[in-house]
Design a protein around this ligand. Structure first.
Ligand SMILES: C[S@@+](CC[C@H](N)C(=O)[O-])C[C@H]1O[C@@H](n2cnc3c(N)ncnc32)[C@H](O)[C@@H]1O
Length: 284
């Protein structure tokens, strides 16, 4: 990492794996996670044939669904927090005009790739900035929409992120995000303290403690109105089978990667761990 102070670094072994695989020219990883790094949205989950092309489409479609929850329109300013390799910014760039787009990420290595692969078209402006979701290096009331696609569980503090999103949004602006949301019955188990090597495993620190009721309270506490609260778990399930195939193809032997993904799959299939898209509006 280049300019990131030690205290602000985030340890995400799965990104170390992806960056190495991309550098080595791993085509399967490039086509699956070279642009978006998220679970995807399978429009017809029962008919999924799990091709790489289908997964790429599902990845595109998740960004598209979060954009819908953010009510994105042409000629807006949009901030994508935890922007990864810039996939959602690229999606907006290719589908809207006159946009001012900013992607923020803690990890400068990911931003380097984003700057390389996402170039503005259609009178759009794009900037990728290093920064922490909980202390955004951005001005008050400067965005129409703030997005956080599948990353809020890594942030040090959800409430602080909501406050920051509220601060940088213009009145009437939207915050849209996707997240893994536990059923209340799962919550006591997620609080069990595991040894750090296990709890930080392959996906790094993930806080999946925010249930549907917690999101409602969080919105109320930070003065947002909930506009979208959508359970899309069923549209994410084929990804587990896709990942199993990909990890066999790429000979992934990292025990944490296999166990953590398998655990998430079991919990999701039992409907104990749900996947939601949320949209919140700042008052006008
Ligand atoms: C699962 S990836 C999602 C990436 C991207 N949103 C996408 O959908 O392709 C999670 C992202 O959150 C970023 N991240 C984690 N903690 C962060 C923080 N405190 N501030 C900003 N970004 C953070 C990671 O570096 C990573 O890019």
């Amino acid at each position: 990492m280049l300019d990131t102070p030690q205290s602000e670094q985030v340890r995400l072994p799965y990104f170390d794996y992806l960056l190495t695989a991309l550098k080595e020219g791993n085509v399967a990883v490039e086509r699956s996670f070279g642009r978006h790094v998220h679970w995807g949205y399978w429009e017809r989950p029962k008919q999924a044939s799990l091709t790489t092309e289908e997964f790429a489409q599902a990845s595109e479609d998740l960004s598209s669904q979060v954009c819908l929850a953010g009510h994105i329109q042409n000629n807006q300013s949009v901030l994508d927090v935890g922007c990864g390799f810039g996939g959602t910014i690229a999606h907006i760039n290719e589908n809207y005009q006159g946009m001012s787009l900013v992607g923020v990420n803690l990890d400068e290595r990911q931003l380097e790739r984003a700057r390389e692969i996402v170039k503005p078209v259609a009178s759009n402006i794009i900037e990728f900035k290093q920064g922490n979701a909980c202390a955004l290096p951005l001005l008050d009331a400067s965005f129409d929409v703030v997005l956080a696609v599948e990353c809020i569980f890594h942030f040090p503090d959800r409430e602080q992120f909501f406050k920051e999103a509220f601060r940088v949004l213009k009145p009437g602006g939207y915050l849209a995000l996707s997240d893994f949301v536990p059923k209340p019955v799962l919550l006591p188990f997620t609080k069990i303290k595991l040894p750090q090597t296990v709890s930080d495993g392959f996906y790094g620190k993930c806080n999946i403690l925010c249930g549907v009721e917690d999101y409602r309270q969080l919105a109320a506490k930070t003065n947002f109105a909930i506009q979208t609260e959508r359970d899309i778990t069923v549209n994410t399930l084929p990804t587990y089978r896709y990942l199993r195939r990909l990890s066999q193809q790429c000979r992934v032997s990292n025990v944490f990667a296999l166990v953590e993904t398998a655990t998430a799959e079991v919990l999701s299939r039992l409907r104990l761990l749900m996947y939601y898209i949320y949209g919140f509006q700042k008052p006008k």
